[in-house]
Ligand binder design. Structure first.
Ligand code: BES
Ligand code: MN
Ligand code: ZN
Length: 494
């Protein structure tokens, strides 16, 4: 399963599948004896059956004059509209069109103009991202599945793509790492195992520190420990540090992730239907970890710390009850109305810990926090909540550039009223209305005044029930690309 770049001389014509992107609205190539593919592309366009529209593909079997068994024309849309996300989608489409009968694919990217040359890297990234499947628990291979073919990308100047391809591979590695963690079932990836896996990231150059329950107890982390009580496994709080800036002591960006390895709801137990998807309730932590891996792989010139709260939310004789009052590390008390609103309890202590320990210049949290955000935004957009315009705008711009949906949601004092408690400093739910916003208000109570902060509610975007352009059905890894770009654009030394 390789992806290589080369020029015309590098590849023979033995690949079984040839793929050629075709731009929409351009003159068909001149038919010529020397270039049978050009003749076929011209025929396809002239027939009107294929127009080169983005997302379109046209399969020609046993193409006349070529050794290949298939010539696949991929619609690339209008040339001027092929940006990085569109190019990644094109690469993904090549994987989907080529199928899984093994062999080799040759993608002809010599049609990219000089100013578009770097899009070849985006197309390759799309190939890599779409190809990856989580097959760990399949013991029998499907006989018709020979795997995705290898991809050779034919470009005009392969040498110029080497450095950008290294960067793209670092990003892809982080996304795929996050996806694999999200795909793991709850029995395999419980908090103790998860922390052990993260300890291995020391070999990537990350500093990894693991707090177990006694250590969290000492720090007074009553909120996250409350969630963990019902689990037979011990909770963990893990920090991953990347200090790539010239000044290693400069205030870092902190990224905080919800890592509920399985969410039953606890005593406020969830209905059975669909509960299996709660293996992905550690998605925020996985994206945090994936980002840290990407930053380490590409040796980012920035200081970034990842903090992930790893717990399992289970019903048990020792589990927290509705009505219980917990004291968080911040000292603030929380009346638990619903034990299924556990993510915010985990983040309350993780956010506070991140600020006390690292004095970050800004803080971003990621969490599969509310079903309400799925109702509001579906699987197209994650929800963004922020107390800082520059950070919010930076995130929106980064998400747009990476083709990841993100939509800003409001915060405000009127929403905060809804989480006032009769008995404690706050309660952990604010009722049915504006459920994602009251969750964000809850988190904001654990953000110190003056810390620019953004909360990303990724409950709708972490799993996809259908194939997406650059990810097969299942875990998407949403957020690694956006945050990687944010770090590059706002926090990295140039
Ligand atoms: N992990 C869930 C949120 C979730 C829902 C993630 C759907 C992915 C898909 C979270 O812990 C939860 O249960 N939230 C509750 C909060 C409520 C009890 C206030 C919810 O959204 O129903
Ligand atoms: Mn829950
Ligand atoms: Zn949850």
């Amino acid at each position: 399963m390789s992806i290589t770049f080369g020029d015309s001389a590098a590849f023979g014509d033995e690949a079984q599948i040839w793929v050629t992107p075709v731009f929409e609205g351009e003159a068909p190539p001149k038919a010529s004896k020397k270039d049978p593919a050009a003749t076929l592309i011209a025929r396809a366009l002239e027939s009107g059956r294929f127009k080169g529209k983005a997302g379109e593909s046209f399969d020609i079997a046993f193409p006349q004059g070529l050794k290949a068994e298939r010539l696949i024309l991929l619609g690339a849309g209008p040339r001027g509209k092929l940006d990085a996300p569109a190019a990644r989608a094109l690469g993904g489409k090549a994987v989907a069109a080529a199928g899984r009968a093994g062999g080799a694919v040759r993608v002809d990217l010599t049609g990219l103009e000089a100013g578009q040359a770097l899009l070849a890297v985006e197309i390759a990234a799309g190939v890599k991202l779409r190809k990856h499947l989580f097959l760990r628990y399949k013991t029998k291979a499907d006989p018709s599945d020979k795997g995705a073919p290898s991809f050779d990308l034919k470009v005009s100047d392969a040498a110029a793509l080497e450095a950008p391809w290294e960067e793209a591979k670092a990003m892809a590695a982080g996304i795929l790492y996050a996806r694999d963690l999200i795909s793991e079932p709850g029995n395999a990836l419980h908090p103790e195992v998860y922390a052990e896996i993260l300890a291995e990231l020391k070999s990537e150059g990350l500093k990894v520190k693991i707090l177990d329950e006694p250590a969290m107890e000492k720090l007074g982390m009553g909120a996250i420990l409350g969630v963990s009580r019902g689990s037979a496994r011990g909770g963990r709080l893990v920090t991953l540090e990347w200090r790539g800036a010239k000044d290693k002591k400069a205030a870092p960006l902190a990224v905080v992730g919800k890592g509920v390895t399985f969410d039953t709801g606890g005593i406020s137990i969830k209905p059975a239907a669909g509960m299996e998807d709660m293996t992905s309730d550690m998605g925020g932590s996985a994206v945090t970890v994936g980002l840290m891996l990407t930053l380490a792989r590409r040796k980012a010139k920035a200081n970034v710390v990842g903090v992930v709260g790893l717990v399992e939310n289970m019903p048990d004789g020792d589990a927290i009850r509705p009505g219980d009052i917990l004291t968080s590390m911040s000292g603030q008390t929380i009346e638990v109305i619903n034990t299924d609103a556990e993510g915010r309890l985990v983040l309350a202590d993780a956010l506070w810990y991140a600020q006390q320990n690292f004095k970050p210049q800004a803080m971003i949290d990621l969490a599969t926090l509310t079903g309400a955000i799925v109702v509001a935004l579906g699987s197209e957009n994650a929800g963004l909540f922020s107390n800082d315009e520059d950070l919010a705008n930076g995130l929106l711009a980064a998400a747009k550039a990476e083709g990841e949906g993100l939509w800003r949601m409001p915060l405000g004092a009127a929403y905060d009223e809804k989480i006032k408690s009769r008995l404690a400093d706050m309660k952990n739910t604010g009722g049915r209305e504006a459920g994602s916003i009251t969750a964000a208000q809850f988190l904001q109570r654990f953000v110190e005044a003056g810390t620019p902060w953004a909360h990303l509610d990724i409950a709708g975007v972490t799993l996809s029930s259908a194939d997406k352009p650059t990810s097969p059905r299942g875990a998407t890894g949403w957020g690694v690309a956006t945050l990687n770009r944010l770090v590059r654009d706002l926090y990295e030394e140039k």
